[in-house]
Structures are given as C-alpha cells and as structure tokens.
Design a protein around this ligand. Structure first.
Ligand SMILES: C[S@@+](CC[C@H](N)C(=O)[O-])C[C@H]1O[C@@H](n2cnc3c(N)ncnc32)[C@H](O)[C@@H]1O
Length: 290
C-alpha cells in the first residue's frame, strides 16, 4: 500500500463522513475503500474507454464513481442509502461531473438501464442475488469486489467444498478470473474479512435462455441439499421445479427407464458437473412438467 496515497484517500473519506455526521451502517455493507492504489487498480482493470456505460452498485460517497465518470461516457450509479446518495450528488455537483445517473434505489429491486460494463465494490450482504441478477443482462465485462470466500466459490471445482450453486450458475455464462486480493486494512471501518477483485467475462457460446431457465431452477433445487443423492435432493426441493406433490413425484421418478438418467439420480449433488446437471434438468423437466 502506498502510504501517502492511502492517507489522502483515507483522510478525504473520513472528513466527508464526519462533516456530514454519517455513522456507517454495517447492515448495508458500508465498508468504504480507502486504499488509493487498489481503487486505481480496479479502475484500470475495467479498461474503460469514452464509449463505455458503466453500472456501479453501491457507490458510497463516490470513491470509484468519480474516477469512473472521468473515463467513461456515463456511469449509472446505484446507492440505497439516501444520506450517502445526497453526499455523492453534492460531490458530483462540486466537481462539475454531469455524466453520472445517480439512482437512490435498492439495486435488487430495479431494472437496470442499459450498460456495457459493471464495476463495483459490492455490498457483501447482497453478493449472491446481485450476481445472479447480473447474469440476466448482456454485458462486456464486470470487475467486482467480493468477500474472498465468496470469490473462491465463484469458480469452485466439482467435488470440492467450493463447488456451489454459484459456480454451477456461472459455469455456462462467464469466465471467472481472480485479479487481486484486498486486505481488510484497505477499508473503513475495517471489516473482519478480506476481499478479492474478480473479473467476469461473458462466454460467447452460451446455452439458450430457455435451457438456462430450466437449468437455474434445477441448480437451485439441487444445491439446497449438496450432499444428498440427486433423486432425494430433487424430491425434497420439488416445489422449485414442479407442481407435483411428493407421492406423484416419486412415482414419476420410479417410472424412469433411461439408464443414463437413472445413474445420475443416484449420484451425490456435489460430484455432478454442470454439463450433467444441464442434461438431467432438461430431461427431468419434460418428465415432471411435460
Ligand atoms: C462496500 S460499500 C462500497 C462503497 C464505495 N463504492 C467504495 O468502494 O468505497 C457498499 C455500498 O452499497 C450500498 N448498498 C447496500 N445495499 C445496497 C443495495 N441493495 N442497493 C444499492 N446499494 C446498496 C451501501 O449503502 C454502501 O454504500
């Protein structure tokens, strides 16, 4: 960490918060970046040009927003906390920055305006739902800061403790690359966890929207019981994938004659690859809902 740089960002951040009488709220994931080198690294990873429209979730007082706005065509900046949003609006005005569309909203509850890149130091309490939401949109690149353990789960290998609904969902949509770790010292207040900056690059040959919808439902059902056999996991989470009741569903499963499918049903969730989940989700979906 370059101490001079960091001291200045740390000082500015503390002074803005003090002047406005702000006490940061843990429940909203308000840990603000004070490491100027890491901030600059994140911006550089974004490889921003003057045509980019950047989506930023959780702007805080604008540590990333202001630098993003200097390089991009436009920044769509979403911040849930009204007081923090007001501070950023004032800063943007003072700095004569007019290419930021600042939205005081819960990012989980709104439809995002059009964008092509996402760059954010995310509020960690919404890491999962916001990442799944990103997957519903087309974009060129995302540079996102997550809790380190969450980042590890994003490309968890099949059969390991990090293999999760998250890794299975990302598998068909994006390449996931960890770029740099960020120590807890780089934030105020200092969180108990370390962080990792991750790059998501959407895959070119994605599966069809219809298949991904079915795959998503089955993945959700399966990973609620990651150590169970697939058959039992699906029966237990049947409400996610079908309207059949337990008896009807068991009957359907018992009538399956396809050997390959029957073999999958006997495997434990955690050892089944995304390709296998895709295969069985399409077949089972027509059996259970056909
Ligand atoms: C980790 S801080 C990042 C702040 C700033 N970008 C930085 O790097 O210092 C996350 C921010 O997200 C905001 N936030 C929390 N939940 C949110 C939500 N559901 N929608 C939008 N913003 C949210 C918090 O108020 C907080 O300012």
């Amino acid at each position: 960490m370059n101490s001079e740089n960091s001291i200045s960002l740390s000082k500015t951040t503390k002074s803005i918060l003090n002047q406005n009488g702000i006490k940061l709220n843990k429940n909203l994931g308000q840990n603000y970046l004070i490491d100027k080198n890491k901030r600059d690294q994140i911006i550089n990873f974004g490889n921003i040009n003057e045509n980019d429209v950047i989506l930023e979730i959780g702007t805080g007082i604008g540590t990333l927003t202001i630098e993003l706005a200097k390089k991009a065509k436009k920044v769509i900046a979403i911040e849930q906390d009204k007081n923090i949003c007001d501070i950023l609006a004032k800063r943007l005005k003072e700095e004569k920055i007019d290419n930021v569309e600042l939205l005081n909203e819960d990012a989980l509850n709104i439809e995002f305006p059009k964008f092509n890149k996402i760059i954010s130091n995310l509020p960690y309490q919404i890491s999962s739902p916001i990442t799944f939401k990103f997957l519903e949109y087309d974009f060129d690149l995302a540079i996102l800061m997550y809790q380190k353990e969450f980042a590890d789960r994003m490309n968890g290998e099949v059969g390991t403790k990090n293999y999760s609904r998250l890794s299975a969902m990302l598998h068909f949509k994006c390449d996931v690359k960890k770029l740099t770790d960020v120590s807890s010292e780089s934030f105020i207040p200092k969180p108990k966890i370390d962080s990792t900056v991750v790059k998501l690059t959407p895959k070119k040959n994605k599966i069809s929207l219809e298949d991904f919808k079915i795959y998503s439902k089955f993945t959700k059902a399966l990973f609620q019981h990651r150590n169970k056999k697939i058959r039992n996991a699906l029966i237990d989470s049947r409400h996610i994938i079908t309207n059949l009741d337990k008896k009807e569903m068991k009957k359907c499963m018992n009538e399956i004659e396809d050997e390959k499918l029957n073999n999958y049903l006997k495997k434990r969730v955690v050892v089944v690859t995304p390709e296998e989940i895709l295969f069985l989700s399409k077949d089972l979906n027509s059996i259970l809902n056909g």
